[in-house]
Design a protein around this ligand. Structure first.
Ligand code: 5GP
Length: 202
C-alpha cells in the first residue's frame, strides 16, 4: 500500500488559500481535510466539527496536556492546532491529508514529517493583497497594517517550503497544486512496491 500524501498549505491572510483549498478538496475526493481546533469564535456560517473544533482556552490547554496535537500555534491572539487524530495511521492506510495551517505550525510539522509536501501560496503582489484584505471590509486601519506587516514576515518564511504557487487565478493555482500532487505521487521513493515487478524475471 502506497502511503498517502501529507499536504501542507500556507499563505498570508488574504492570499485566498481557503478558496484554493476548498476547490482542491472538491476536485480531489481522495484528499481529506484535517479539521483544526481553535479558540477563536466561530464566524457566521461556521459549524463546530466542520470548519474547526471550537474550543475554550481551557479545553485547548487540556488538549495540549493530553498530547492531542501534532502542532499548535498562536495566530492573531488565538490558539490553533492540528489534532493528531490518527494522521499517522491514516497516511499509512493510503489516505491523503490536507493541512491548511500558518507558517509557524507548518515549520513544526516539517521538522516532524519531512516527507510531507509543503506548498506556499503567494498573492500576485503586495498591492493586490492589501486590496483583498481591505475588500473584506472587516479590518480596522490598525488591524490592516498589522496583517500586512505580518504578511511580509510570513512571506519570508515561505522560502523554507518546497513549492510556491502564485494565486493570481484560483483555477490556475488549483491546477498547479494538482500538478504538484501528480508529480509527488510518481516519485520513485513513494512507489517502491511497483518495482517488485522485476522480481518475476530473476
Ligand atoms: P482563520 O481564523 O482565518 O480561519 O485562520 C487564521 C490562520 O490560522 C490562518 O493562517 C490559518 O491557516 C491558521 N490555522 C488554521 N488552523 C491551524 C492549525 O491547526 N494550526 C496552525 N498552526 N495554524 C492554523
Amino acid at each position: 500500500m502506497t502511503r498517502g500524501l501529507l499536504i501542507v498549505v500556507s499563505g498570508a491572510s488574504g492570499t485566498g488559500k481557503g478558496t484554493v483549498c476548498k476547490k482542491i478538496l472538491t476536485d480531489l475526493p481522495e484528499v481529506a481535510y484535517s479539521i483544526s481546533a481553535t479558540t477563536r469564535t466561530p464566524r457566521p456560517g461556521e459549524v463546530d466539527g466542520r470548519e474547526y473544533y471550537f474550543l475554550s482556552v481551557d479545553e485547548f490547554k487540556a488538549w495540549i496536556a493530553d498530547e492531542k496535537f501534532l502542532e499548535y500555534a498562536e495566530v492573531y491572539g488565538n490558539f490553533y492546532g492540528t489534532p493528531l487524530n490518527k494522521i499517522e495511521e491514516r497516511l499509512n492506510r493510503g489516505e491523503d491529508i490536507l493541512l491548511e495551517i500558518d507558517v509557524q505550525g507548518a515549520l513544526n510539522v516539517k521538522r516532524k514529517c519531512p516527507e510531507g509536501i509543503y506548498i506556499f501560496l503567494l498573492p500576485p503582489s503586495l498591492e493586490e493583497l492589501k486590496r483583498r484584505i481591505e475588500g473584506r471590509g472587516t479590518e480596522s486601519p490598525e488591524s490592516l497594517s498589522r496583517r500586512l506587516k505580518n504578511a511580509v514576515a510570513e512571506i519570508k518564511i515561505g522560502l523554507e517550503y518546497d513549492y510556491v504557487v502564485v494565486n493570481d487565478s484560483v483555477d490556475k493555482a488549483v491546477a498547479e497544486i494538482k500538478s504538484i500532487l501528480t508529480a509527488e505521487r510518481l516519485k520513485v521513493a513513494r512507489n517502491a512496491d511497483k518495482f517488485k515487478l522485476g522480481e518475476d524475471f530473476k
